[in-house]
Design a protein around this ligand. Structure first.
Ligand code: NDP
Length: 481
């Protein structure tokens, strides 16, 4: 049994009230460890440590801060295989995915923001011979980062790194469902001599740890990734104190397939966009909209591709889809499949659990599921399922494709397959979504703005946008007399 601890003031600390939660291994459906069931008293201790550390950290030169962040990045690289195995065991994702995407990206998040601050320029506005203005970007002090379970270390570090690089002290809460690699990050900070109290990690439940953090008067900004309902609750709690908020929320992303596309590419990228990480990526394309003239051809090729996907225990190298993150989440996804049937949908493949041989027979495996015959205006096509379930819908014109694509309350990401460059730009401009990929999916350049519109969020992460979020801009005006 692995027992995790909070990381506060540079030390591993048990929860003050001594309570723990069970941590499950999704591949086996069994408890394999415990994590602190922390509460407001642990949050208080973490905030006190952060406030003590913040002034000195904020005053370090950018070069010094950069060096500390680079040390963490290098240590993540040295422990990459161990972190990948830990992520896969904790979350159920294929170890191959954790090794090639999740952990390298956590390493790169540190390196990216460590070097970004070395290249950052501050604004200067001349007023001719009358004088000039310059803008100071000062750290906020102590900030909170709250992350979800689907890309645990990847998203945790995506928030923490810009906050630290900008000179803030951080109190961070990973998801209680996948806390292990966040715990290991605390160990790494100790190993590289990261200054005590600059990064603090408190484990536990959103309702206790998350809310205590959000409400605390010392927290000046909150960077949150998670569900839309949770985002709304955080906004409600934070608003009276006028805290800065960055909210990255849910999605119901459309994937538009035009008849003039490279069909083979559209099929293989769509299969990845639908089922990577068991469909548990906020950017997954869960509604595939296909031009009517190629609907049957696309459907046949897509179903053939999906039939080739291997589902199984995530530590096996050949596995492409592992287990869903929890029994509760698997049951929620199965309920949505039942709902789709009630709404008149035809399940073309999957639609059921996929038991594995012992010792994985209690794991949370689901077959990749493809559904057709549903109108856009039904719950299956409007609500976020966040699992290995996609729907197919035909369209007859570009206008209809856009109308269907935009007919949800979400607006995170969209994918367009066409070889007509004019259409690609036209459609991209009219899609109500924060990110549009053309003929590809999940290609990420960390300098670009990342985030959603409508109920998918407020604000943008990535590049200098993230660094700006974690600073207070102060204009200094000097006139010449
Ligand atoms: P949740 O919203 O349930 O939880 C996210 C985090 O917030 C967890 O750490 C959770 O704690 C915490 N939390 C829960 N309630 C509160 C609260 N009242 N106050 C403060 N913190 C709270 O999301 P999931 O973890 O289920 O993640 C899946 C969701 O995340 C999906 O909707 C997905 O679309 C979205 N997501 C969005 C992304 C984006 O970039 N837009 C990227 C990835 C995911 P606890 O541990 O108790 O759950």
């Amino acid at each position: 049994m692995i027992t995790l601890q909070n990381f506060i003031g540079g030390k591993m600390c048990p929860p003050q009230r001594g309570r723990y939660l069970d941590n499950y291994e999704p591949a086996k459906g069994q408890i394999y460890g415990q994590l602190p069931d922390s509460d407001a008293s642990d949050v208080e201790a973490a905030i006190a440590a952060a406030q003590k550390a913040a002034p000195a950290w904020g005053k370090l030169s950018t070069q010094e801060r950069s060096r500390y962040l680079m040390k963490v990045s290098e240590r993540i690289q040295e422990r990459l295989e161990e972190l990948a195995q830990a992520e896969s065991r904790d979350n159920g994702k294929p170890v191959k995915l954790a090794r090639s995407v999740d952990i390298p990206r956590a390493r790169d998040n540190f390196a990216f923001f460590a070097t970004a601050i070395l290249h950052q320029e501050d604004a200067f506005h001349a007023m001719g011979e009358h004088g000039f203005n310059y803008t100071l970007r000062q750290p906020l002090g102590t900030v909170a980062c709250i992350s979800p379970w689907n890309l645990p270390l990847y998203l945790f570090t995506w928030k923490i790194c810009p906050a630290l690089a900008a000179g803030n002290a951080v109190v961070a809460k990973p998801s209680e469902v996948s806390p292990y690699t966040a715990y290991l990050l605390g160990e790494i900070c100790q190993e590289v001599g990261f200054p005590a109290g600059v990064l603090n990690i408190v484990h536990g439940r959103g309702s206790k740890v998350g809310e205590a953090l959000v409400k605390h008067t010392a927290i000046k900004a909150i960077s949150f990734t998670g569900g839309t309902q949770t985002g709304a609750r955080i906004a409600e709690l934070a608003a009276p104190q006028f805290k800065k908020l960055s909210l990255e929320l849910g999605g119901k992303n459309p994937n538009l397939i035009f008849a003039d596309c490279d069909l083979e590419r559209a099929i293989s990228v769509s299969a990845r966009a639908s089922f990577a990480n068991q469909g548990q990526i906020c950017l997954c394309g869960s509604r595939i909209l296909i031009e009517a003239s190629i609907y049957e051809e696309f459907k046949k090729g897509f179903l053939e591709k999906v039939a080739q996907l291997t589902v199984g225990p995530p530590h096996q190298e050949e596995v492409q889809m592992g287990a869903l993150v929890s029994a509760a989440h698997r049951d929620k996804v199965l309920q949505y499949i039942d709902l789709a049937r009630q709404e008149g949908g035809t399940v073309l493949c999957g639609g059921h659990a996929l038991p594995q041989p012992a010792p994985y027979d209690q794991g949370y495996y689901l077959a990749p599921t493809v559904i057709e015959d549903l109108p856009q205006a039904c719950r299956t096509n409007s609500e976020e399922i966040f699992g290995p379930v996609v729907t197919l819908q035909p369209f007859s014109s570009e206008e209809e494709a856009l109308a269907k694509a935009n007919a949800t309350e979400y607006g995170l990401a969209a994918t367009v397959f066409t070889q007509d460059v004019n259409r690609a730009h036209r459609v991209a401009a009219h899609l109500q979504s924060g990110i549009v990929w053309i003929n590809d999916w999940l290609v990420r350049d960390l300098r670009t703005p990342f985030g959603g519109m409508k109920n998918s969020g407020v604000g943008r992460e990535g590049g200098f946008e993230a660094l700006h979020f974690f600073t207070e801009a102060k204009n200094v005006c000097l006139t010449v007399s």
